[in-house]
Design a protein around this ligand. Structure first.
Ligand code: FAD
Length: 221
């Protein structure tokens, strides 16, 4: 079986609106509360959004929506889906077998580079030692190789993906879409882009919120 060791990544989908358009829409909605639509100017959204956040009038932030797609490990996705308010669509381990390759997400605290290995054709020890330097990192790679081999061998014995998946670890790659409103994204930032969050959560959420914050100014830390 081909095994790929890959880095996690994300994509942001603004659903056809710029960040400023989202903020202007929120301003327009919020001004319904005060019947102050006549005060709207090209830049008045800035003060309005800052005021809404300061006064915790956060229901208004629900009128802006962002979709994101993460390629990460199964521990990351398990933590992400705890955000009940958001909508999700995730690659299934029941319906998707790993015929072409099994991919594992490289742990953020290691120096392991991206590489791939074919357990039938390559000398496993030779390839791993060419890319991986420390003893625990070699141990981790070998553990991934074992689980991938076990998975494939159970599939060859006739097990379905939904049965053979029991052998796969948290490090297994998954693709997960999350779509939710800015109020929930603010909570996700508070909880997940934080020093108490898990290292692989922070590895993605730090750059994610830097990028999203650049697109939607004045909302995120
Ligand atoms: C550092 C860290 C460690 C964690 N460790 C664990 C752990 O060990 N075990 C574990 O099980 N979980 C753990 N969690 C998950 C955590 O308990 C929450 O499930 C997760 O952070 C989602 O938060 P939330 O419920 O506020 O968000 P969401 O589910 O997105 O909800 C958003 C908001 O809606 C409101 N809301 C939603 N549902 C309800 C409801 N039923 N009643 C009242 N208000 C509601 C709340 O205000 C909530 O903040 C951890 C989370 C973090 C950040």
């Amino acid at each position: 079986v081909r095994i790929k060791f890959i880095k996690p990544s994300f994509e942001i989908n603004m659903l056809g609106q710029t960040g400023i358009e989202k903020l202007k829409h929120i301003e327009k909605v919020a001004r319904t509360c005060y019947k102050s639509e006549d005060k709207i100017t090209d830049t008045s959204y800035e003060k309005m959004i800052a005021g809404l956040i300061k006064r915790k009038h956060l229901a208004m932030m629900e009128f802006g929506v962002v979709h994101a797609k993460f390629i990460a490990n199964r521990a990351f996705s398990h933590e992400l889906v705890r955000h009940r308010v958001a909508s999700f669509a995730q690659e299934s381990q029941r319906y998707v077998g790993y015929g072409d390759a099994i991919e594992f997400i490289i742990p953020s605290w290691t120096g392991i580079p991206q590489f791939s290995i074919d357990t039938k054709e390559d000398d496993i020890d030779l390839v791993i030692n060419a890319f991986v330097k420390s003893k625990p990192e070699v141990k981790w790679c070998l553990s991934m190789v074992r689980s991938a081999n076990d998975y494939t061998s159970l599939i060859e014995d006739g097990w379905k993906p939904e049965q053979a998946r029991d052998t796969l670890p948290n490090a297994c790659k998954t693709e997960i879409n999350i779509q939710t409103n800015l109020r929930e994204w603010m909570l996700v930032q508070d909880l997940r882009d934080h020093h108490t969050a898990s290292p692989q959560m922070r590895e993605l959420m730090e750059p994610f919120f830097i990028k999203l914050g650049g697109m939607i100014p004045g909302v995120f830390r």
